[in-house]
Design a protein around this ligand. Structure first.
Ligand SMILES: [Ca+2]
Ligand SMILES: [Ca+2]
Length: 215
């Protein structure tokens, strides 16, 4: 009897211990789960707030990008970043025609573009133009149609008091009467009759292309 009782007590003791252990174990699991949940929630909140901040930064960056690109394009092509028909040199914009026409029509075409047939004032400008014209004939804004032998630029400057780059022996007012000037081989100038088909160069100040930069 005594042995049975002891065995019963021992069993009860084991069962209590087991129950106590199981309860402690459950508590630990719940605690771990709670901590995990808390950490996950914190992580999620941090991740979401980071994503929102990043998204906002990207939105701002993309909103600024077109403005920055436009600014960059104007740095590279100050005269005309959209079509690039006008080329920049030393504060002015130049248009080189793709078709040949008479001097009178060339002048009209430049006026349509709010510009004038080019006036060449310096060797630097001459160099720029001749690297671009490559021995082709291009009309310039120089004529002696009003008074034969008195060459004048369309902007009113007198040819005799400024820079000149005539070919040797020109202007010669050769046959048919040569009253209009063009750039030719090596960029040198020649007079020819005004209906001769030539390319042409228009010119205007850079400030006329970008009115907002005036000041
Ligand atoms: Ca002449
Ligand atoms: Ca000539």
């Amino acid at each position: 009897m005594e042995e049975e009782k002891q065995e019963g007590d021992f069993r009860t003791y084991k069962e209590r211990n087991w129950l106590s252990y199981t309860q402690r174990s459950d508590f630990s699991i719940y605690a771990l789960l709670a901590v995990s949940l808390l950490l996950s929630t914190i992580f999620l909140i941090v991740a979401v707030s980071k994503a929102v901040a990043l998204s906002s930064e990207w939105t701002e960056l993309y909103a600024e990008l077109p403005k920055k690109m436009v600014g960059h394009d104007f740095d590279l092509f100050p005269c005309d970043p959209n079509t690039r028909q006008w080329e920049y040199f030393d504060g002015k914009c130049y248009f080189f025609s793709l078709e040949k026409t008479s001097w009178t029509e060339a002048r009209a075409q430049c006026e349509k573009r709010a510009s004038q047939l080019v006036t060449i004032e310096t060797m630097a400008e001459q160099n720029f133009l001749q690297t671009r014209t490559r021995n082709e004939r291009y009309w310039i804004g120089l004529t002696d149609r009003i008074i034969e032998g008195h060459w004048q630029w369309l902007d009113g400057r007198d040819e005799q008091t400024g820079f000149t780059f005539w070919k040797r022996g020109e202007p010669n007012d050769d046959h048919l009467g040569e009253d209009c000037a063009h750039i030719w081989n090596y960029g040198e100038w020649n007079d020819v009759y005004c209906t001769y088909p030539c390319y042409y160069i228009c010119e205007k100040p850079l400030r006329d292309m970008r009115p907002h930069q005036q000041g």
